[in-house]
Design a protein around this ligand. Structure first.
Ligand code: FAD
Length: 509
């Protein structure tokens, strides 16, 4: 008997029960395929990171005595798609059983379920043993609700898993949520911690990827590659984060600066999403740092909320709403993405900074993604589906289960408000308050009208004006609509005209 077990590129969890002990009747298969490099145009660092991490993982399994058949992207036997490779491998090894781990993306979940259903041999799916929640756990919690309040889910998870709660069930520090303490702009003190991620030369791999014909964009940085690519490197990054950045994480969580792209963020999303690092390991470590008095409760809570709250919650949204969620477009926005999404060349200094660092590092932190890039896209009426494909391609941590609800739901409100209680949009004032982007910008952050007026300003008012029917009934938007009602007709007409002009010329901004 020969059991063939498939490991996908984002399933690099060596703590999984599959790997408890070597078994001569088992063969692990891993494959680098064009199917996975090509479903969207990817950032070069994303392709390098996944392949390099997979190769490292295969080496580790072999060193532990496991049998591995690894199909590299340039392997002559590689059929370049998951099903075609499985056909070949199952036959080649005369497999009598096929097993795979639950894919996190609907696309692969469907493909493998269909594939397995047609096999003449025993086939079954195992859990990835990675997440706190089952795919449908959030859906069960929110059964019958139109709005899924993250905070509700998050508190349930805190209690259920005993995270930052006392023996009597009280939240640490007397509050469930310290978000109000997390609103500071950053003036340069303290400076962001040095980027101490290990560096590797992946030039040879990058050559191979290019020779395969796979297309990509962004800075490869292959010779000096900076992302953690195995469990030990990810753990080291976690330790550095807890020591150097976590104490300040809460305060500066929403801050942005041209001078500091990382600020106090952990840069652990890639490692977690490909399962090199378990969310439990991260949360246990952060909780311990708080217990030891090394970090304030607001920082520990703010950080843990992102992982035990948001990360698990958006996954629940994804599995409840797929297939079809990627096509939602509540505002009917259809403007194509302007070319500067691929080269960062816009005179809006905030957007140029956020997209520029994304091109350089395959990463940008949450507020840049949400309140600079996503904010602009929503105000300008860019196509949410195109935007979704851009986010899915550019970020090293982008896998559809987490990227799609964030982009389409949280950032673009394209689901009509399942995740977000109101659209995340702002005029220049918010961006200016939270960053140094507006200083020295071509545009005037204070002006609403005229060639040099910051585009966010007229677009902001125009967005609420043209979506009155959909949004005016939203209680959280009462103030906005009150201000709009008070605006005189001439002022409103001028804003509409300016916004229409901006929307017609997005490519030139
Ligand atoms: P930190 O700020 O250090 O946060 C710690 C961890 O919390 C992250 O590693 C991540 O695992 C988790 N987290 C934080 N915010 C979220 C969130 N909103 N949803 C889910 N998990 C969260 N995150 C991805 O992992 N993949 C994506 O493709 C992705 N796309 C996004 C698209 C948009 C439009 C927006 C607004 C956010 C997106 N995020 C995505 C969430 C967030 O921006 C990233 O997780 C974060 O920037 C990763 O960097 P970090 O590890 O330094 O995060």
């Amino acid at each position: 008997a020969m059991r063939l077990k498939l490991i996908l590129g984002d399933q690099l969890n060596h703590e999984h029960s599959w790997f408890a002990r070597p078994n001569a009747d088992e063969l692990f298969v891993m494959m680098e395929v064009r199917q996975e490099t090509d479903y969207v145009l990817h950032h070069a660092q994303k392709i390098i990171a996944i392949f390099a991490a997979m190769r490292d993982f295969a080496r580790r399994l072999r060193a532990e005595g496991h049998r591995v058949h690894y199909l590299a992207i340039d392997d002559a036997d590689n059929r370049q798609s998951v099903p075609a490779n499985l056909d070949y491998l199952l036959a080649h090894h005369a497999a009598t059983e096929f097993r795979w781990q639950a894919p996190d993306e609907w696309r692969l979940d469907r493909q493998l379920a269909d594939y397995a259903a047609a096999l003449p041999i025993t086939a079954a799916m195992d859990d990835t043993e990675h997440f706190y929640t089952a795919r449908d756990e959030a859906a069960r919690i929110f059964e019958g609700r139109d709005h899924w309040l993250m905070e509700h889910f998050y508190r349930r998870m805190r209690s259920k898993h005993g995270v930052l709660v006392s023996d009597t069930g009280k939240p640490a520090g007397g509050q469930w949520n310290f978000d109000h303490d997390n609103r500071e702009a950053w003036q340069g003190i303290p400076w962001e911690p040095a980027d101490l991620r290990g560096r590797h030369d992946h030039s040879a791999l990058w050559q191979t990827i290019q020779a395969s014909g796979a297309k990509s964009f962004g800075e490869p940085n292959a010779g000096n590659f900076a992302w953690p690519l195995n469990h030990e490197e990810a753990l080291a990054q976690l330790e550095r984060f807890v020591e150097l950045a976590l104490p300040h994480f809460g305060r500066f969580q929403d801050a942005m600066s041209v001078k500091a792209w990382r600020l106090f963020h952990s840069l652990l999303s890639f490692a977690m999403n490909v399962k090199l690092l378990s969310p439990r390991t991260v949360i246990d470590r952060v909780q311990a740092a708080w217990r030891d008095g090394a970090v304030p409760v607001a920082s520990a809570e703010g950080y843990i909320r992102q992982i035990l709250g948001w990360r698990e919650y958006v996954r629940g949204v994804y599995w409840r709403r797929m297939p079809g969620y990627d096509k939602l477009n509540a505002f009917g926005h259809d403007t194509p993405l302007p070319w500067w999404f691929w080269d960062g060349k816009t005179r809006m200094r905030c957007v140029a900074a956020a997209i520029g660092q994304s091109l350089e590092h395959a990463h940008s932190h949450h507020i840049n993604r949400l309140m600079v890039i996503g904010n602009f896209a929503l105000l300008a009426g860019l196509s949410p589906e195109e935007l979704h494909r851009w986010y899915l391609g550019i970020y090293i941590d982008a896998f559809e289960w987490v990227e799609l609800p964030n982009t389409l739901g949280m950032s673009q409100f394209a689901d009509g408000g399942l995740l977000a209680t109101k659209p995340y949009v702002s005029s220049a004032a918010y961006i200016d308050r939270m960053s140094d982007y507006c200083k020295g910008c071509h545009y005037d952050k204070k002006a609403r009208l005229g060639e040099r007026a910051c585009p966010y300003n007229a677009l902001y008012w125009d967005f609420f004006d043209r979506n009155r029917e959909k949004l005016a009934g939203n209680q959280r938007l009462g103030m906005v609509y009150q201000q709009l009602r008070r605006m005189d007709d001439g002022a409103l007409a001028a804003l509409r005209e300016r916004a229409a002009d901006l929307r017609a010329r997005v490519a030139e901004l």
